[in-house]
Design a protein around this ligand. Structure first.
Ligand code: NAD
Length: 386
């Protein structure tokens, strides 16, 4: 499979400040960069959380003339992006701070350059259509899932077609990522589980990608182990278990670093349809689809799946049984996280269109996956079986 040109281009990695106190280090870095008038971009629910006040206090202590745009909602659409652009321009901003989950970070990736250069955001989805750089961008992820703070992608919903549009751009990677586990302690268990499974999906799809390299393999295996060890802990005792939160933040970030280089696969193509048609949150949709797609990959990717299983300490007498043990381990993890990987929301009449959209996404990107569906009918049967 020939690599598309954009995958041969260098993708920047953000500078990272992490651990206890990372938030104040991040604000100090903004000041060092000469930023005076940042816009803080977050979602409508996050703005009421105590951790959000912590950021504002740090900005006030640094005497920054910030403004807050808090209209982001999960899976933001273009109308919200347009309002964010107007907000930034009115504030005469010289920097952006995204705080929250992937929705806030993705929205900021598009708002920032479009506001700075007066670009219509509806023209930027696709490969490398957005080439201009925004102002200095600090991203503060407060979910451990998307890894968006490390990726060259942003996902924005088209409010007319209800489809998610992906912006791939080398200029949207934030300059600075703040990984502060103390900001994640209040993340509710269900969102912790769903977003954590998103990170696992990134690491696994990236590992199975035909563009995987020795470097991405090492990071992905490490992320998978961190997630298997710490996601159940973060789910059951996330308000107290800071170490589990810290490990999840690192795993999610590193999986973002890798999948933006290797791409994702069928899990994402199918999960995007669950989000578009039935409003299933992104992480949860990935979690529900992941074990089924791993089972589909069994005959195509046995030895790679066996390598993952070995790294996770699973047992089996040969590659086939190890690969199967991996699928079972993912089912067990879903069980521990109270996620039922059953796609009961899918309506029979939607399946043909879903299959077309899935194939469209997977072939347009193209997704460098180990196995392909032979026909629409085969994919439709697969969807019915989930
Ligand atoms: P999200 O950003 O939609 O947030 C979900 C909810 O969690 C929100 O209500 C938010 O207020 C809440 N929340 C966030 N942090 C919290 C905290 N610390 N405490 C309490 N509540 C908190 O969820 P997400 O899963 O992080 O992001 C999903 C979006 O990211 C989707 O649009 C998806 O398509 C996109 N995505 C982007 C990339 C990328 O590379 N750019 C990768 C994967 C997913």
């Amino acid at each position: 499979l020939a690599k598309p040109v954009y995958r041969t281009l260098p993708i920047a990695t953000p500078c990272v400040v992490s651990g206890e106190g990372a938030l104040s280090q991040g604000v100090a870095e903004l000041v060092k960069q000469g930023i005076r008038r940042p816009v803080v971009i977050t979602d409508t629910a996050f703005v009421d959380l105590q951790v959000f006040q912590q950021l504002l206090q740090a900005l006030e202590a640094a005497a920054l003339e910030y403004s807050v745009f808090s209209e982001i909602v999960p899976d933001p659409d273009f109308s919200i992006i347009e309002r964010g652009i107007i907000h930034c321009r009115n504030h005469q901003f010289d920097g952006v701070i995204a705080i929250g989950g992937g929705s806030s970070i993705d929205a900021t990736k598009v708002i920032n350059p479009c506001a700075r250069h007066n670009i219509d955001p509806r023209t930027v989805p696709g490969m490398l259509k957005l080439r201009k750089r925004g102002h200095y961008f600090m991203a503060i992820p407060t979910t451990a899932g998307t890894g968006s703070e490390a990726t060259a992608a942003a996902v924005i919903t088209d409010e007319h077609s209800h489809q998610k549009r992906v912006v791939i751009s080398l200029t949207v990677v934030p300059e600075l990522a703040v990984l502060d586990p103390s900001l994640m302690m209040g993340l509710p268990p269900a969102i912790t589980a769903a977003t954590g499974m998103d990170a696992l999906t990134h690491a696994m799809e990236s590992y199975l990608s035909r563009y995987a390299t020795a470097k991405t393999d090492a990071l992905n295996l490490e992320s998978m182990a961190r997630i298997f060890d710490h996601l159940p802990r973060a789910f059951h005792d996330g308000a107290n278990d800071k170490e589990a939160r810290r490990q999840m933040a690192i795993a999610s970030h590193n999986a973002g670093v890798t999948f933006t280089r290797t791409s994702v696969g069928w899990v994402h193509a199918i999960a995007h349809q669950l989000g578009a048609l039935y409003g299933v949150p992104h992480g949860l949709a990935n979690a529900m689809v992941l074990p089924h797609v791993l089972a589909f990959y069994l005959p195509h990717a046995e030895s790679r799946m066996a390598q993952m299983a070995r790294h996770l300490g699973l047992h089996g007498s040969d590659d086939a049984s190890l690969a199967l043990a991996l699928v079972e381990a993912v089912h067990k993890l879903c069980d521990q996280l109270e996620i039922r990987p059953l796609l009961t929301m899918v309506k029979e009449e939607d399946i043909p269109q879903m299959a077309r959209n899935i194939i469209n996404e997977a072939y347009r990107s193209p997704y460098p996956v180990p196995g392909y569906f032979g026909s629409y009918a085969e994919l439709e049967a697969f969807i019915r079986g989930m």
